[in-house]
Design a protein around this ligand. Structure first.
Ligand code: MG
Length: 173
């Protein structure tokens, strides 16, 4: 059984993951409108991943006899002038999510809730990847600057990204 404190904190995390999904979906729409469908694709995959993160947390709450409470999702920004701006915003956001996950981990440790700590381990590694991939794209877009050909090629590259079901969901079935 989850403590009320941990249950509330994971419910808050569910909301944060859906907010992340909404943010990346908004970025996808921004670039779709801007004719950069590869970048839009990258953010659509990101959108699906964030929904999966929320689902992992919801499954966990139910598994531990808790109750998932869905809260309203706050509005997100709708415009980013350049891909570089969007990937910079992505990194800042993911750093915030990492801090939230770390905070949850610390709460679980304080309560000797080892099952929650174990569940969070996957997210700890996932956040390392999230921050790394945002940073790599910041580096690439910084490198090409306003070069149209470079942006075109990078857009093609990002069109190839495909969504893979995260392992906690793949094994939970
Ligand atoms: Mg996430």
């Amino acid at each position: 059984m989850l403590s009320k404190t941990i249950e509330d904190a994971i419910n808050a995390q569910v909301n944060a993951e859906f907010w992340s999904a909404y943010l990346y979906l908004s970025m996808a729409q921004n670039f779709e409108a801007d004719g950069k469908s590869g970048i839009a694709n990258w953010f659509k995959v990101q959108f699906k991943e964030e929904q999966a993160h929320a689902e992992i947390f919801m499954n966990y709450i139910n598994q531990r006899g808790g109750r998932v409470i869905l809260q309203p999702i706050e509005a997100v920004e709708t415009e980013w002038a350049t891909p570089l701006d969007a990937f910079k915003a992505t990194l800042v956001h993911e750093q915030k999510v990492t801090a939230m996950i770390n905070n949850l981990y610390a709460m679980a440790e304080a309560e000797h809730d080892y099952a929650t700590r174990e569940m969070l381990n996957w997210f700890i590694s996932e956040q390392v990847e999230e921050e790394e991939s945002a940073q790599q794209l910041i580096d690439k877009f910084t490198l090409i600057g306003n070069d149209g050909m470079g942006i075109y090629m990078l857009d093609q590259e990002l069109a190839a990204r495909v969504y893979n079901v995260p392992s906690p969901l793949a094994t939970a079935e």
